[in-house]
Design a protein around this ligand. Structure first.
Ligand code: GSH
Length: 202
């Protein structure tokens, strides 16, 4: 099995954490989709990481689909088997991935030349992140697809989203307004699967 990923992608990190938690062996092919020599489009027509080449040659993208595929390979289950019971977990994953989407968009906007940056675009994304964090905290209190017993896909996706905020938007200081989320995340982010996939400072 081969994972095509950049070391800074939070979506790819989600998959690396899942692979580590399930102790599934894989080869990591590092590819940065933003550089001209990228080969990512050979695996994913959308030119995005992560993509996963399965042992049978099938290629899977994007991260929720890869996560679903990895469930079929065994290891500790990260999703309830019953479809209805899996929905709150998938909802938490979608929420966490959405926070990540907004954080990526805000970060990319901040990288544009100052004269081209649009403050309304950045504010719109930051608002999504703030609302998303409040919703995550609520789900944590309700144990709805988050901290709901054993480690699940919602937990992993949320951990990757929160760690990405630390990495790219530290000025948001999300822990200040979300102490219970912060306390919960501290334990999660200390797991070996997370510490082994900390992004390099780029
Ligand atoms: N929904 C996708 C998002 C993947 C994504 O946006 N990856 C970024 C890296 S963090 C990427 O490859 N961007 C390149 C591009 O948009 O051209 C997933 O969950 O896999």
């Amino acid at each position: 099995m081969k994972l095509i990923a950049s070391l800074t992608s939070p979506y790819a990190r989600k998959i690396r954490v899942i692979l580590a938690e399930k102790q599934l062996p894989f080869e990591l092919e590092v590819d940065i989709p933003w550089v001209p020599e990228t080969q990512v489009a050979a695996y994913n027509p959308l030119g995005k990481v992560p993509a996963l080449v399965a042992d049978d040659g099938e290629v899977w993208f994007d991260s929720p689909v890869i996560a679903e595929y990895l469930e079929t390979l065994g290891g500790p289950a990260l999703l309830p088997e019953e479809r209805r019971a899996a929905l709150p977990v998938r909802q938490t994953e979608a929420l966490a991935d959405g926070i990540t989407d907004a954080a990526v968009a805000a970060f990319l906007e901040s990288r544009r030349p100052a004269a081209q940056q649009d403050s309304a675009t950045s504010e719109r994304q930051i608002t999504k992140i703030q609302r998303g964090l409040a919703a995550l905290e609520e789900r944590l209190e309700q144990r709805k697809g988050l901290d709901a017993g054993s480690l699940g896909l919602g937990d992993i996706a949320a951990g990757c989203a929160l760690a990405y905020l630390d990495f790219r938007l530290p000025q948001l200081a999300w822990r200040q307004d979300h102490p219970s989320l912060a306390a919960w995340a501290a334990e999660l982010l200390a797991r070996p699967s997370f510490t082994a996939s900390v992004p390099p400072a780029l």
